[in-house]
Design a protein. Structure first.
Length: 282
């Protein structure tokens, strides 16, 4: 009996330490499991303290959804939970995903093709409406060994693009026997802005002024002043340089064409007197 009495304090001491360890673990750990049958606790005070700790834990924590109901998660960490979906879930295998992807790719390809087809830059061609056309002078002036006259030529542009191309400037040089006889530089202005519309042809008239003098071109002055009509036709080469804009970029085309230029005024018909004081054409 004396030995049993000496061992009782040790048993009580170990039992109190066991209760304290369980109480501290319940406050610090995130998962708490309480088994009232297995815990050798005696007294109403110990059960009240365990009940208060359980109430406090339930207010600050929630059940862990992935721990089969045996774990706890802090409420402030509830929004950080990651939902797990099984691999065989139908939500991971939509039925029409491939169709939607193919439709999107096809639509993008079609839009890209149409944009490339309509915006692809095509050539703007410069051509002569009539080869070896005869250009009559608008005005001819003879001076002391000089001849001044003006002719109107046509600049013909063919626009194969699907958008309009405004014309910026036109430079025409007239050559004869490898010598420049006249040069005209036309620049577009606010009041005069010609443009070649999409898929169309435009004809732009341009005046070219000539000044021939006896010192530089004595033979041409004599031919223009000659009375014979066939002498007045001069074969000249018109070198045209046209600048235009296409989609904000400046482009330039050039071409040369042979034209016949008349440097003498049109001949007036000869009239013969009639009996009534008038004149008839011969």
């Amino acid at each position: 009996m004396l030995n049993v009495a000496k061992k009782m304090p040790d048993y009580v001491y170990k039992l109190s330490n066991f209760v304290k360890r369980n109480y501290n673990a319940m406050d610090n750990d995130d998962s708490v499991s309480v088994n009232h049958d297995s815990a050798p606790m005696n007294g109403t005070a110990s059960r009240n303290r365990i009940g208060d700790a359980s109430d406090t834990s339930s207010r600050t924590k929630i059940r862990c959804p992935t721990c089969h109901g045996i774990g706890w998660v802090r409420k402030e960490e509830e929004g950080q939970l990651v939902a797990l979906i099984p691999l065989n879930d139908q939500r991971l295998k939509p039925r029409r995903t491939i169709i939607y992807v193919l439709l999107a790719v096809g639509l993008c390809a079609l839009i890209g093709f149409l944009c490339g087809f309509f915006l692809y830059p095509r050539d703007v061609k410069l051509y002569s409406k009539e080869s070896m056309a005869l250009l009559q002078p608008d005005a001819v002036t003879f001076g002391n060994g000089t001849v001044d006259f003006v002719v109107t030529t046509s600049v013909n542009l063919v626009n194969d693009n699907y958008y309009s191309t405004p014309v910026k400037s036109i430079v025409i040089s007239v050559m004869m026997n490898k010598k420049e006889l006249a040069k005209t530089n036309w620049v577009s202005s606010n009041s005069d802005k010609p443009e070649a519309l999409a898929r169309s042809t435009v004809h732009l008239p341009v005046n070219v002024s000539f000044h021939l003098d006896h010192l530089n071109e004595p033979q041409l002055v004599e031919r223009c002043d000659n009375a014979s009509p066939w002498v007045h036709n001069l074969v000249m080469t018109f070198v045209m340089n046209v600048r235009y804009t296409a989609l904000g970029h400046c482009q330039e085309i050039s071409g040369s064409f042979i034209q016949r230029v008349v440097c003498h005024p049109p001949e007036l018909p000869l009239l013969s007197p009639t009996g009534d004081g008038g004149y008839d054409d011969l």
